[in-house]
Design a protein around this ligand. Structure first.
Ligand SMILES: [Zn+2]
Length: 434
């Protein structure tokens, strides 16, 4: 073991913040936490006065690409879960990003979306299309054999294929998440033991099954939040301990893409040109007024549902869906944390949603997400006290990944340099993916 070093400041532990403490680190691990005054003389130490040392942050819903790595790290995101990518590509990236000295966040992956042939959300080639329950089971077997960490079921699966794939994943004991749409609503999926739901999909359909059966689009279901319908569904999700990644930022971003304020957001200098082009093609500026009314009401419904779930203690995880339109790696996780606080989480709960709670959803609770002896030394130093004001997490002073210091300014310079290149060598055009 190499000589330990110490990071001194306020330390966020599982039991809250300890002031004037130190985290000692050796090689890639956390060794211990102690009052700074008790550190042995002569131990290498770095002082962070007025700062808080928090666990590395986790974005639990991303679609990864190599250009994103420095942006994640610069914003203190040291672990991500890829929730949909071509199999070979994501397995190769996982091997690179999880290497001990990688300048990239750790990567947990679902492999490709398991999806059906329908419209509108079949996004090949990051999806594997299945048409029969037998094919759905085979697909799960193949992905498990290939070594994916979790299974992601997608919006266009038909009902029989969805339940066959879920059952097969459960036989393998594999954590399964879903974007619900055509096949099952949230009540049915939760009752069948689905582990996690993305974007609060399937909730509106569960609240108004008769209108759903009449073909009403989910966006149009949200305006009527009748308490007698909402409360039992909230209870069901809480009772089953279903994980929920809300991705509030992506709904907001889609609703606001045509507003001029988007063009002066701080992430703009880091948007690669092909990504900007894809956003523009997918969500052209100028949403028609009728569509905007639908969005605004659906967003309000999603916000109310989020706040009810938070109030009742549902297991909510922070995820962003980056690089969806105007949702940039790193920047957007801090936006999501602020959104969670806006919906009623305390800053401590929001931080947990992006650290230890997210690590548990990934099945990585014994590796990352908490500052405790034996866990990987993925640490972020932020100015101020994020438990008093969640926005403090944006002020990243230093990042440590697996015991290695990384300089946020250097990482941002690297990302800005990438974004200025007209063609990203070795990278596929993002439009092929989304
Ligand atoms: Zn996604």
């Amino acid at each position: 073991m190499s000589e330990p070093t110490a990071l001194c400041g306020s330390v966020l532990t599982a039991d809250g913040v300890r002031h004037q403490h130190a985290v000692t680190v050796a090689d890639d691990r956390i060794v211990g936490i102690c009052p700074a005054a008790t550190l042995p003389a002569g131990l290498a130490r770095r002082e962070f006065d007025g700062a808080t040392i928090i666990p590395g942050l986790i974005d639990a819903h991303v679609h990864s690409d190599d250009w994103q790595a420095p942006l994640f790290l610069a914003h203190g995101v040291t672990t991500v879960r890829d929730t949909g990518c071509a199999l070979d590509e994501v397995l190769a990236r996982r091997a690179r990003w999880n290497a001990p000295l990688a300048r990239a966040p750790r990567l947990c992956c679902c492999g490709p979306l398991i999806d059906g042939p329908g419209v509108p959300f079949s996004w090949t080639p990051m999806a594997e299309i299945v048409r029969t329950p037998a094919a759905a089971r085979d697909c799960v077997d193949r992905l498990v054999d290939a070594g994916v960490d979790q299974i992601k079921l997608y919006a266009s699966l038909d009902r029989a294929c969805f339940f066959a794939a879920l059952d097969q994943a459960q036989r393998h004991g594999r954590f399964t998440l879903a974007h619900l749409q055509n096949h099952a609503d949230a009540r049915e999926a939760i009752s069948a033991g689905l582990d996690e739901i993305e974007h609060l999909s399937g909730f509106a359909e569960a609240l108004w099954p008769e209108r759903r059966a009449a073909g009403v689009h989910w966006l149009d279901l949200w305006p009527d939040l009748a308490p007698e319908r909402v409360t039992p569904l909230v209870h069901l999700a809480v009772e089953h301990g279903t994980w929920l990644t809300l991705t509030r930022v992506v709904w907001h971003a889609i609703g606001r893409n045509d507003q001029p304020t988007q063009r002066c957001r701080p992430h703009q200098p880091f948007v690669p040109p092909d990504v900007a082009r894809w956003w523009q093609e997918q969500y052209p500026y100028g949403m028609p007024a009728a569509r905007r009314h639908t969005w605004v009401r659906a967003l309000a419904g999603l916000q109310i549902m989020s706040s009810l779930l938070i109030e009742r203690g549902a297991r909510i995880v922070a995820g962003t869906d980056t690089p969806f339109v105007q949702v940039m790696p790193g920047f957007s996780l801090h936006d999501e944390l602020e959104q969670l606080v806006e919906c009623g989480m305390t800053p401590a709960e929001a931080l947990a949603a992006a650290t230890n709670r997210a690590a548990d959803a990934l099945g990585w609770g014994q590796r990352v997400g908490t500052i405790a002896p034996g866990l990987l030394a993925d640490l972020v130093v932020v100015r101020g006290d994020p438990l008093a004001d969640i926005r403090a997490t944006r002020a990243v002073l230093a990042v440590m990944r697996g015991g290695v210091w990384l300089d946020p300014a250097e990482l941002l310079a690297e990302a800005a340099h990438h974004a200025r290149q007209p063609v990203r060598h070795g990278a596929r055009r993002i439009g092929e993916w989304y």
